[in-house]
Design a binder for this molecule. Structure first.
Ligand SMILES: Cc1cc2nc3c(=O)[nH]c(=O)nc-3n(C[C@H](O)[C@H](O)[C@H](O)COP(=O)(O)OP(=O)(O)OC[C@H]3O[C@@H](n4cnc5c(N)ncnc54)[C@H](O)[C@@H]3O)c2cc1C
Length: 801
C-alpha cells in the first residue's frame, strides 16, 4: 500500500467496488479501496442477490437497467463467475388500483427505454411461474432482465476488474480517522496514514461513522430484513426451467429460485431499525435471530402465494441489515463545505443499483458533473433538518414498510411531518388548508371545507373541482397564496454584481428590476431556473425552488469569490403572493407609495400595512400579481393584512395545486420536470434568456456550441391531451403513428381553459404545431396534439397589464 493516492474509497462492499471499478475504467487508476475485513463483509455478503430493472422512480429504474447490463460485462472482464441467472421476472398486481398502476408504469418504462417488459394475464404469469397460485392476481408485468446473482462473486468481480485496470484494494485495513488538509485528506488507517485528494464514503452499514469522521451527519439508517431459503421443492426440481424472480406487491414478498428450492424475501410492515448510529465496529459476518412474530402476516401471505413450499423445510433463515435514506434512494455526490469528500452510501439495493451509483460518482469526480441527472440520489437533496435522528427514524421506517405498498401521487404520507410550518400555518389550517410538504416545510395545496378528505388515486381526485374553483377565482378576481415555499438567497458585497454575471447566463436586471435567469454548468446543461432581483441598494436576491436549497447553496459556495457574500434566507423570510386582475387594487389600498406604477418584473421595498416588505410584480400563474416577501415573524400579520384589505375585492386563499395548474396553462416550466440537469437551454427554450453578447459566464462555451449546432434533437412542447378522467403527470410516453417520439415532463388539467395539458420533451421532427400524437395516461392511449405555448393568454396581457 502506498502512502499517497488520488482517491481512497472506504469500504469494500458492492458499492465501493463498483466506484473503484468505474474510476479505473474512466481513467483514474491511482485509486485504492480499503476494507476493514474482507470484501463484501458488510451487507453485501448476505444479500438475496435479486436483480430487477423496475422501480417506481424512473431515474432509479434507468440506474438499475444500467447495472444489470453491466453485470455480464464485469464477469467477462474479471473472469470471476458471478452466478448470473437471468430468469426473467414477474411483478404481480393484486388489486384493481395496482393493476392500473402497473399498466401505467409499463408505459413509463417504455419512455425511459426499458422495452423488454410485457403485461401478462394471471394464467400466463402462472405458466411462467408454475409454483405460484393466481389467487387474487389481476395481472402481472413480465421483464426479461430480471434474475439473481451470487453476491460475493459479484463484489469480487468488480474489485478484480478494477485491479486489472490499475486500481488497488486492501483487505484487513480499517480507516480510523479522516483529517482534512488544505488540498485533500489524510486517511488514518490501522496500517498507517494515506494522503489523497478525494475520499469516498462507501461504508455501507458503517456509513454514518465514516461521515462523522469528517463532521458530516448523513441521513441514513440500517434496518433489518428477512428472507428464507427452502429445501428442495419437488415442483421446482421437476421443472425444466428456472422459476422467475417474482415480486408479489400485495403480499410483501419477493421470490426467486435457489438451487432446487426457493428464496422468499419479506418487506415487513412492522419494520425494525438497527444501530442507527452505524453498525458496531466489532460487527462481522453475522446475522440476527429470525423474528417470526414480526413477519407472521407476510409469511402467511407468502405460503399462500406459493403453495408448493408449504410442506417443504426451511434450510436457512437470513435476518440481516442494510441501509436506507429517508426516500430510499442512495446518497451520492460531493458534500458541501468538505472539498474532496464524496458519498456513495445508503444504497438500499446495491446489486441492482451499485453499478449505476459507481458510474455516476466516477463521472462526477472526474468530469465535474455526472452524465445523467443525478438529483434523485444527490446527497444535497437533504438539508440540515434531515440530520435529526427522529426524522431519520420516521422517514426510513416509513419507506421500508411501504416498499411494496402503493403510493398514489396525491397521497400525503405522515413521516417526519409536520416539521417546519410557516407562522400562519395554524390560521390557514383553520381556514381549511390541506398541506403538502416541500423539503422540511409544509406548503398549502388547496383550501377545502371542514371534514373534506382527498381520496388517493392515480386519476383526477375529489379535490379536482376545489382546485378548479381556486383557479377560476384567481383568474377572474384575486387570490393569495403562501409563498414561504420559494427559496431566497441574498447576494451582497463589492463583487456581487460581477459574480452574479458570471454564474448566471442571463443579463442581470437593472436597479428595481427582476429577471429570469438560467444558470448553467460548465457542460452547458441546466443548473437552475432562477429569478434575480436587483433591489437597487447593492443587495441582490436569487429566488428558486425551495427544496433545492442545499443543492443550490453547494453550487454557489463551490463558485464563490472574494468580495461576495451569499446567504440562504430560507429560515428568515416568508411571504404571500397576490394574484389576479384585482390584485393591484388590493395592494394599492395597503400602501401610500405609488405601487401601481411598479412595472411588470419591477421590484422594490414597500410598506404594506405595518410590514416593511420586498415586493416584486410577477406571478407564476401568468396573471397580474405581486410577490410580497416579509420577515418570517411578519407572516401572520401579512396574511391578516391581505385578507382584510382583500375582503372588498372577494380575495380568497389558494394553494400550490391551483398555482401548478395555472402555470401549465402558461407553459411555464418548473425544476425537476421541464428543467433538469440533463437538459440544455436549447431543449427547454431557456436559451431565450441567455445574454450571448455579455462576455464570460459559466457554461458559455458549451451553450454557444449548442446554439451554433444544428440544434437539439428533442425540444419542449405543450400538448393538449384528450383525457377525460385522468391527466398526464410525468414520464408518460408520447407516440407519433406508433413510434415513440418523447415523454411527458409534467401534466395536469388547465382549469380555466378547460383542457387536459401536458408539457413534453419530444423529437424535433414531431414538434411542429398541430402534429397529431398520442400519450398514455394511466396506461390508456389518448389522442394529443402539439399546440402553441401558453394556451392561456398567449400575448401575456394579463400579467403585463
Ligand atoms: C437480507 C438482505 C437481502 C438483500 N437482498 C438484496 C437483493 O436481493 N438485491 C440487492 O440489490 N440488494 C439486496 N440487499 C441490499 C444489499 O445487501 C446492499 O444494498 C448492499 O450490500 C450495500 O452495499 P455497500 O457496499 O453499500 O455496503 P456494505 O456491503 O455494508 O459494505 C460496506 C463495507 O465497508 C466496510 N467499511 C466500513 N467502514 C470502514 C472503515 N472505516 N474502514 C474500512 N472499511 C470499512 C465494511 O466492512 C463493509 O465491507 C439485501 C440486504 C439484506 C440485508
Amino acid at each position: 500500500m502506498k502512502s499517497q493516492y488520488r482517491v481512497v474509497v472506504i469500504g469494500g462492499g458492492v458499492v465501493g467496488s463498483s466506484v473503484l471499478y468505474h474510476l479505473a475504467k474512466f481513467g483514474w487508476n491511482d485509486v485504492v479501496m480499503l476494507e476493514r475485513r474482507r470484501l463484501a463483509s458488510g451487507s453485501s455478503w448476505h444479500a438475496a442477490g435479486g436483480i430487477h430493472a423496475l422501480n417506481a422512480d424512473p431515474n432509479m429504474a434507468a440506474l438499475q437497467a444500467y447495472t444489470i447490463d453491466l453485470l455480464s460485462e464485469i464477469e467477462k472482464e474479471s473472469g470471476q463467475n458471478i452466478g448470473l441467472h437471468m430468469t426473467g421476472g414477474l411483478t404481480l398486481a393484486g388489486t384493481p388500483e395496482r393493476w392500473e398502476w402497473l399498466q401505467s408504469n409499463y408505459r413509463v418504462f417504455q419512455s425511459i427505454g426499458i422495452d423488454d417488459c410485457e403485461l401478462v394475464s394471471p394464467e400466463e404469469a402462472q405458466k411462467r411461474c408454475p409454483i405460484m397460485s393466481t389467487d387474487g392476481v389481476i395481472g402481472a408485468m413480465w421483464a426479461d432482465r430480471e434474475g439473481y446473482i451470487d453476491t460475493t462473486g459479484t463484489v469480487q468481480a468488480y474489485a478484480t476488474a478494477a485491479k486489472m485496470r490499475g486500481a488497488e484494494y486492501y483487505e484487513e485495513t480499517k480507516v480510523d480517522a479522516l483529517i482534512q488538509t488544505t488540498d485533500g485528506w489524510i486517511v488514518r488507517t490501522d496500517k498507517g496514514d494515506i494522503t489523497c485528494e478525494h475520499v469516498v464514503n462507501a461504508g455501507g452499514l458503517w456509513a454514518k461513522q465514516v461521515g462523522r469522521m469528517a463532521g458530516i451527519e448523513l441521513p441514513v439508517s440500517p434496518l433489518k430484513h428477512h428472507y428464507l431459503v427452502t429445501d428442495t421443492v419437488p415442483e421446482v426440481a421437476a421443472a425444466d426451467f428456472e422459476m422467475p424472480m417474482t415480486v408479489d406487491l400485495e403480499g410483501f414478498t419477493y421470490m426467486r429460485q435457489d438451487q432446487k428450492g426457493v428464496l422468499v424475501g419479506i418487506y415487513e410492515i412492522e419494520h425494525e431499525h438497527w444501530a442507527m448510529d452505524g453498525a458496531p465496529w466489532s460487527y462481522g459476518e453475522e446475522l440476527f435471530q429470525e423474528q417470526l412474530d414480526r413477519i407472521e402476516n407476510e409469511l402467511t401471505l407468502g405460503f399462500a402465494r406459493y403453495p408448493a413450499i408449504e410442506n417443504v423445510g426451511i434450510k436457512t433463515w437470513v435476518n440481516g441489515a442494510f441501509t436506507f435514506s429517508p426516500d430510499g434512494n442512495p446518497l451520492v455526490g460531493p458534500v458541501a463545505g468538505k472539498p474532496g469528500y464524496w458519498c456513495a452510501c445508503a444504497v438500499m439495493a446495491g446489486f441492482l443499483q451499485g453499478g449505476g451509483v459507481g458510474k455516476t460518482l466516477a463521472e462526477w469526480m472526474i468530469n465535474g458533473e455526472p452524465e445523467a441527472d443525478a438529483w434523485s440520489m444527490d446527497v444535497a437533496r437533504y438539508g440540515k433538518f434531515a440530520e435529526n435522528k427522529q426524522y431519520i427514524k420516521e422517514t426510513t421506517g416509513q419507506f421500508y414498510s411501504r416498499r411494496f405498498v402503493m403510493t398514489y401521487p396525491n397521497e400525503q404520507l405522515p413521516a417526519g411531518r409536520p416539521l417546519k410550518m410557516a407562522p400562519a400555518h395554524t390560521a390557514m389550517t383553520d381556514a381549511g388548508c390541506k398541506w403538502g410538504v416541500s423539503w422540511d416545510l409544509e406548503v398549502p395545496l388547496y383550501f377545502a371545507s371542514k371534514g373534506f378528505e382527498e381520496t388517493p388515486t392515480l386519476k383526477r381526485s375529489n379535490a379536482f373541482d376545489i382546485v378548479g374553483e381556486e383557479c377560476r377565482h384567481v383568474r377572474e378576481k384575486v387570490g393569495t397564496v403562501d409563498i414561504t415555499g420559494f427559496s431566497r438567497y441574498e447576494v451582497t458585497g463589492p463583487r456581487a454584481e460581477a459574480w452574479l454575471d458570471r454564474i448566471m447566463a442571463s443579463r442581470l436586471p437593472g436597479p428595481g428590476r427582476a429577471r429570469l435567469a438560467p444558470m448553467l454548468a460548465e457542460n452547458g446543461r441546466l443548473k437552475g431556473d432562477l429569478t434575480i432581483f436587483n433591489w437597487g441598494d447593492g443587495t441582490w436576491w436569487i429566488m428558486g425552488s425551495y427544496y433545492l436549497r442545499a443543492w443550490h447553496m453547494r453550487w454557489f459556495l463551490d463558485h464563490i469569490e472574494d468580495g461576495v457574500s451569499i446567504r440562504d434566507l430560507g429560515e428568515e423570510m416568508a411571504g404571500f403572493a397576490l394574484t389576479g386582475p384585482r390584485s393591484r387594487a388590493v395592494i394599492e389600498s395597503l400602501t401610500d407609495a405609488d405601487i401601481g406604477a411598479l412595472p411588470f418584473m419591477g421590484c422594490g421595498q414597500y410598506d404594506i400595512g405595518l410590514i416593511r416588505a420586498h415586493v416584486a410584480r410577477m406571478s407564476v400563474a401568468g396573471e397580474l400579481g405581486y410577490e410580497i416577501n416579509c420577515r418570517m415573524g411578519d407572516h401572520i400579520k401579512l396574511r391578516e393584512t391581505l385578507l382584510t384589505a382583500g375582503a372588498d375585492h372577494d380575495l380568497r386563499e389558494y394553494g400550490f395545486n391551483a398555482m401548478l395548474s395555472m402555470r401549465l396553462e402558461k407553459s411555464f416550466g418548473i425544476w425537476s420536470a421541464e428543467f433538469r440537469q440533463e437538459y440544455t437551454p436549447g431543449m427547454t427554450s431557456l436559451d431565450r434568456w441567455i445574454a450571448w453578447d455579455k462576455g464570460e459566464f459559466i457554461g458559455r462555451v458549451a451553450a454557444m456550441a449548442e446554439r451554433d449546432s444544428a440544434g437539439p434533437a428533442k425540444v419542449l412542447r405543450t400538448l393538449e391531451v384528450e383525457a377525460t378522467d385522468a391527466d398526464a403527470s410525468g414520464y408518460e410516453p408520447v407516440w407519433e403513428n406508433g413510434a415513440l417520439v418523447g415523454y411527458v415532463t409534467s401534466g395536469g388539467f388547465g382549469h380555466t381553459i378547460g383542457k387536459s395539458l401536458a408539457l413534453a420533451m419530444i423529437d424535433v421532427d414531431a414538434a411542429d404545431i398541430g402534429t397529431k400524437l398520442t400519450v398514455h395516461v394511466v396506461g390508456e392511449e389518448r389522442s394529443a396534439r402539439v399546440i402553441d405555448a401558453s394556451p392561456y393568454d398567449p400575448a401575456g396581457s394579463a400579467m403585463r397589464g
